[in-house]
Every structure is written in structure tokens, then in C-alpha cells.
Design a protein around this ligand. Structure first.
Ligand code: AMP
Length: 302
């Protein structure tokens, strides 16, 4: 099943207690598409600048990621700089330079317009909606990510876009902010009135929680001794989640639960090394082994 993602392709400057990189390939759509590519083919919609070289684009090659929708525009690629606290719990954004993103107007190649599974990564909700408007057939599943910036600055546009999404994937702080509810179950009920019928709350080292109609499902974060760089964990989670569902070709309570586990698996790999280094070197065999490990981790008898 075809999976479409729209979102940022970026150069990131990253600083964690384990090291520092001045400029490395990143962006939500990059993490997402690489994570999802282990499960299914991916169509990528985004924009890069003149500083994005064929060497940078090589990361997408040989993975079944179609970059016909990755526009090359005059100017510089989106740039983001972030620094993590000592225990990696907090992150501050040091710089966000929109560059070519400022004038981005997503255009879907004809072959992408029948996509059944769509992930709208964290970008301006108006752009997210512009992508949906170009899809010909009603997609099977639309999932959406957003952040405090859009919740605060473009609440009306965000609500318009949310009406067209079945799954909302955000973190706990964003959930509380969007719903004005501290309790996450009450927050889910509030969010269901805005459009989505499934809420996936990403909770970093505390794992992830899915509220789907009346059922709740939780997965832990995979216990890792070494976490080097949390950047992209959420987008890699989304890539595993949506990639698995697109591969399964069915969205129901069972496949959604399995997707939560594969999301956690992909997020846990992403944080083991800096930037995209771990995902770049990952194999399907390692993914399968970690999924089995997750199964053992959460099994118990009553
Ligand atoms: P995550 O750690 O999952 O929140 O994703 C981190 C990635 O999101 C980085 O690689 C950044 O390039 C990208 N990013 C950070 N801020 C933004 C933004 N405002 N819009 C789009 N992408 C962003």
C-alpha cells in the first residue's frame, strides 16, 4: 500500500551530553521515510535548497523511497539547531531557519495522488491541508503530527486540518496544550471531538500510549543503556507505525496495537546513535529481533 509523507528535510546542528555535530542531515520527513522504508515503499514530499547535494540525497537511494516529490528550490535548506539537557529529558531549540520552507507550496506528483496512507509531519497546518486537497481518492488513513508553535499561532487552521485526520500523533505536553485538559484520557475525548478517532501520545522515555475509541494501549520505551541523541525519535516512531499499517493494509484494533510496537522499535533504534546513523545501518533482522524482545518485555501471566 502506498505511503505518502510530507514534512521537513533539514540540516540539523545537534548537541547532547555525548557529543556535538555542526551539520547533519535530519528533518521529520527524513527520519519518517527511512524508518517506514523498512516496511513499505514511501513517497516523499518536501523541499530542499541548493546546498542539498546528490551525496545528501543518497540516503534515500536503494530503500524504496521515491523522491520525485522532493522539490529543489533556490536558497538554503531548512536548518534546525537543538541542545539536550544532561539527562536528555529536555531540549531547547537554538535556531530554526525556515529558508526554502518559507515559500514552500507542496505539489504532489500525479503518481502520489492515490496514496492510501498519508503522514502529515509537523509543518504549517495550511500546508498539511494543501497536500490532502491534492489527493484524488479518499485515503484509508491520514495521521498528523504538530507542535506547540502551530497550536499557539494557528489554532483555527490546525482545527480545520484536524477534521481530516483519523490519527493524531503528538507528545504529552502538546496533548495537554491542545485539549486544555491535564488528564490524558479526558484530553483524548476532547481531541476526538476535533476529528481524529485515534490519539497516539509519544512520551519519550515513558513510552507511548494510544487511545482508540474506548480502548487504551500502552507500550514502554525499549530499555536502552545508552541513548546518544533523541532527535527524530518521534518521527521514527511515526515511520514505524505508519509503515507497519501500510504494509498490513488493514487498520483495526489489532494492527494498531502492532503498529505501536513497531513505532517503539524504530524510535528506540533512532536514539542509539547521532542523527540518522543508527537507522542508516539498521537491518530488518534487527527490527524483527527487537519486536520479539518487546513481546517478551511486556508478557506476564495473571
Ligand atoms: P523530533 O525529534 O522527532 O521532534 O524531530 C526532530 C526533527 O524535526 C529534526 O531533524 C528537525 O530538523 C525537525 N524540525 C525541528 N523543528 C521543526 C519545525 N519547526 N518544522 C519542521 N521540522 C522541524
Amino acid at each position: 500500500m502506498s505511503l505518502l509523507v510530507v514534512g521537513s528535510v533539514a540540516f540539523d546542528a545537534l548537541e547532547t551530553p555525548f557529543g556535538k555535530v555542526e551539520r547533519t542531515l535530519g528533518g521529520a520527513a527524513t527520519y519518517f521515510s527511512i524508518a517506514a522504508s523498512f516496511f513499505t515503499r514511501v513517497n516523499l514530499v518536501g523541499v530542499v535548497g541548493e546546498d542539498f547535494t546528490p551525496g545528501d540525497a543518497a540516503i534515500f537511494r536503494g530503500r524504496g523511497i521515491d523522491v520525485a516529490g522532493l522539490e529543489h528550490a533556490p536558497g538554503k535548506t531548512f536548518f534546525w539547531a537543538g541542545r539536550y539537557s544532561d539527562h536528555l529529558n529536555d531540549r531547547i531549540t537554538l535556531a530554526t531557519e525556515l529558508n526554502v520552507f518559507a515559500k514552500f507550496n507542496p505539489k504532489l506528483p500525479a503518481a502520489y495522488r492515490d496514496s492510501a496512507y498519508i503522514f502529515l509531519a509537523n509543518i504549517d497546518p495550511t500546508l498539511q491541508r494543501a497536500v490532502l486537497a491534492q489527493v484524488r481518492r479518499r485515503p484509508r488513513l491520514v495521521a498528523l503530527d504538530t507542535m506547540n508553535y502551530w497550536i499557539e499561532r494557528t489554532p483555527v487552521e490546525l482545527r480545520q486540518t484536524l477534521k481530516h485526520a483519523q490519527v493524531l500523533m503528538i507528545n504529552d505536553t502538546e496533548t495537554r496544550q491542545l485539549s486544555s485538559e491535564h488528564n490524558l484520557l479526558r484530553a483524548a475525548r476532547h481531541i476526538f471531538r476535533l476529528g481524529p478517532r485515534t490519539l497516539v501520545i509519544k512520551r519519550g522515555e515513558h513510552g507511548a500510549m494510544m487511545v482508540h475509541r474506548d480502548s487504551v494501549f500502552c507500550v514502554p520505551a525499549f530499555p536502552l543503556e545508552e541513548v546518544h541523541d533523541p532527535t527524530g525519535a518521534g518521527d521514527s516512531f511515526a515511520g514505524g507505525f505508519m509503515g507497519y499499517l501500510a504494509k498490513a493494509g488493514r487498520v483495526n484494533d489489532a494492527t494498531l496495537r502492532q503498529a505501536m510496537v513497531y513505532g517503539s522499535v524504530m524510535g528506540s533504534f533512532a536514539v542509539e546513535r547521532f542523527g540518522l546513523d543508527r537507522l542508516r545501518a539498521l537491518t530488518r533482522r534487527e527490527i524483527a529481533a527487537r519486536a520479539r524482545h518487546f513481546h517478551r518485555l511486556t508478557q506476564f501471566q495473571l
